[in-house]
Design a protein around this ligand. Structure first.
Ligand SMILES: [Fe+2]
Ligand SMILES: [Fe+2]
Length: 169
């Protein structure tokens, strides 16, 4: 599956589920973040060999019930509750308990052995780059994401030798 097919999947999940997401107006966790995490999760899923549609949908829904840009993991649990309803309506063929578990735990600051959760959590952490923050490689679950983080770090070191290191999230 190539990038354009994954982008089409992202557009589909946004058309179906976007109107129900409470995060739409947020500055750093709005639609661009949901789209980017969905796309990256789908691309990681291709690389690790897990179901691409599940990764794209989980990626899009992971912050769907956010109501502010603050920290903590409450929004992850709220998003899992809303995601369960949206999955039942729009994606009844997907494994809702597995997707919702990945969504509920994405802000716990851990790594995982579950390939689907790994694609989602890594995609979310790689998108810290939108804030000028590098993902902490110790908190990335897939080799593919650690490779991306290493490439970005080398590029940053070449271009901006004094730039501060990223923090964990
Ligand atoms: Fe989140
Ligand atoms: Fe997020």
């Amino acid at each position: 599956m190539d990038k354009r097919e994954i982008e089409a999947m992202v557009r589909e999940v946004e058309t179906r589920c976007g109107p129900f997401c409470s995060c739409e107006e947020l500055d750093i966790h709005g639609m661009p973040h949901l789209r980017q995490v969905a796309l990256t999760a789908g691309r990681l899923a291709v690389l690790v060999g897990c179901d691409v549609e599940s990764a794209v949908v989980a990626g899009f829904l992971h912050d769907c019930a956010r109501v502010h840009d603050g920290g903590g993991n409450r929004h992850a649990h709220d998003s899992a509750v809303l995601a369960r309803r949206l999955l039942k309506t729009f994606y009844p063929h997907l494994d809702a308990p597995r997707l919702c578990e990945a969504i509920a735990r994405h802000a716990d600051g851990r790594t995982t052995d579950d390939p689907l959760a790994a694609c989602l959590w890594d995609a979310d952490r790689l998108d810290l780059c939108r804030l000028g923050i590098e993902a902490d490689p110790r908190l990335l679950s897939t080799r593919a994401a650690r490779r991306v983080a290493a490439i970005r770090r080398r590029r940053r070191e070449d271009l901006h030798p004094g730039y501060p290191q990223g923090r964990a999230e």
